[in-house]
Write a protein that binds this ligand. Structure first.
Ligand code: SAH
Length: 462
């Protein structure tokens, strides 16, 4: 993030706009909504601007800009129709340490203006750091249709109630919990429908029933293979309202970035070169946080119910009488299959697919190798990179063909995804040669769509 969005106080502030054409008019349209005193320097002004001047909303100086105009000014908009003039004004303003925006000259600006959804005091600014104003406008118009005009009044009403709640609950954390209950983040639509009386009733009810809904809970959430587009809607909603987010090593940063900013983030994955947090310690964290009344999200890569030790956590939570629920996710085998364009089951070829782990508590995991070696057997191997030579050895020993295709997808769905098409005979060597370290899924008996078997191995770096 190169640009930090902040909200500038315009009360008792003076803002200077230089220019009187279309660029200046666009800036003025926003500025006129603020409380600032607006100074305009321009020999000529458009019809619309002269109307505003006539209404006494703008202080107009009909002349060219000079340096003294910057005196006592909080912000400057260099918005003449002449780029060179704008550039010079911006340089002067910057030299005087006054924040300046020069129309259409990003590099001359010390700030840029976002697209705005204005339901003051609720305001949403949408910025693309100058990359795509059109996209910002599209997002803006979507939000405009979703936010009713009453949302500002709701915020103002909340402010009056906050003083009352503060006198009842001196402790900040208590108050934050209280307001989180009122606006619980799970049902924005119901909040947006609240009028002032509705809000008052809700607050009174919560004060009268302090224990209702007070208990925390834990949701096991599938974070998918890493690309946030592959999260479910339910997972996104849960992330937005979490108080605590407990996550593993394979949960991607992009997914974590969707979590509520104020949430507490607890990493329980393996430390680089170190040990994983012990399972009973993880269970304790989940229980402790939920019993403190918090809404806890247990984020697991892929689907939480596949090689995720979910049952151990569910058992512990159940024993502690903590309410739990599960939001499934896209498991990495499904994502990998989508990336290589292969159907996991094919009519007339395979009636089943096994989901295997390369490792279990004892080390390399033993499987029913005889059936897996059969011609029509198909398998997706999780945690299989380190075990690839072992898996190859076992399958060959039980009669599998050296030429059986194996397609390996590392970092499925992520920007650093790598696909390696190989054969059972070449599997471990190819993985090593390609530097595959995982996380990766080995799809045994599958080929990258369009891969020419005679030209194996193939690598695709998406
Ligand atoms: N619950 C997860 C699996 C956890 S076990 C799921 O449903 O996907 C961890 C293994 O998942 C890794 O060793 C790797 O085999 C696989 N995995 C997780 N994310 C992956 C990704 N983005 N691409 C490929 N494999 C992945």
């Amino acid at each position: 993030m190169r640009y930090l969005p902040i909200h500038v106080d315009t009360q008792n502030a003076r803002i200077l706009v230089v220019g009187g054409g279309a660029a200046a008019e666009a800036k003025l349209r926003t500025l006129l909504r603020t409380e600032a005193e607006i100074m305009l320097v321009s020999k000529e002004v458009s019809g619309e601007i002269s109307r505003w001047i006539g209404q006494g909303r703008i202080h107009h100086m009909a002349r060219d800009f000079h340096g003294n105009d910057l005196e006592g000014v909080a912000l400057v908009y260099a918005a003449t129709e002449d780029d060179a003039v704008n550039h010079d004004i911006a340089a002067l303003a910057r030299a005087a340490s006054i924040p300046v925006n020069a129309a259409d000259q990003k590099d001359a600006c010390s700030f840029i203006t976002p697209a705005l959804v204005d339901r003051a005091p609720v305001t949403i600014s949408i910025g693309t750091e100058g990359t795509s104003p059109g996209l910002a406008r599209a997002i803006k118009s979507d939000l405009e249709t979703r936010l009713p005009s009453t949302v500002g009044a709701l915020a103002i009403k909340t402010q009056t109630l906050r003083a009352k709640i503060k006198s009842i609950m001196p402790d900040l954390a208590d108050r934050q919990r209280f307001w989180a209950r009122i606006f619980d983040g799970k049902d924005l639509d119901s909040h947006l429908k609240l009028d002032e009386t509705g809000l008052e009733t809700r607050v009174e009810h919560a004060l009268d029933h302090p224990d209702a809904d007070q208990g925390g809970s834990v949701v096991l959430v599938g974070a998918g293979p890493g690309n946030p587009d592959l999260l479910t809607f339910a997972a996104r909603k849960a992330l937005h309202s979490a108080d605590v987010i407990v996550y593993d090593r394979l949960v991607s940063q992009e997914v974590l970035d969707l979590g509520r900013r104020e949430a507490e983030y607890i990493y329980v994955g393996k430390q680089p070169g170190g040990h994983s947090t012990r399972q009973d310690r993880i269970n304790d964290i989940l229980i402790e946080k939920a019993q403190a009344g918090l809404y806890v999200i247990r984020l697991k890569s892929g689907d939480p119910l596949i090689f995720g030790r979910a049952d151990e956590e569910l058992d512990a939570l159940e024993a502690a009488q903590v309410p739990t629920s599960i939001i499934p996710g896209i498991t990495s085998a499904a994502s990998a299959a989508a990336e290589i364009g292969a159907s996991l089951t094919t009519r007339g070829k395979n009636k089943a697919i096994s989901l295997l782990t390369g490792h279990d508590a004892e080390g390399f995991a033993e499987q029913d190798w005889k059936s897996l070696a059969a011609e029509d057997a198909r398998a997706a191997v999780y945690m299989g990179v380190g075990a690839s030579r072992f898996i190859q050895g076992r399958l060959l020993l039980h009669g599998a063909n050296h030429s059986r295709p194996v397609c390996v997808v590392e970092n499925a769905s992520r920007s650093n995804q790598i696909i390696v098409q190989t054969t059972l005979g070449a599997l471990p060597d190819d993985l090593q040669a390609r530097g595959i370290k995982g996380p990766a899924i080995l799809l045994i008996g599958y080929s990258l769509r369009g891969a020419d078997a005679s030209a194996l191995p193939k690598v695709k770096n998406a």
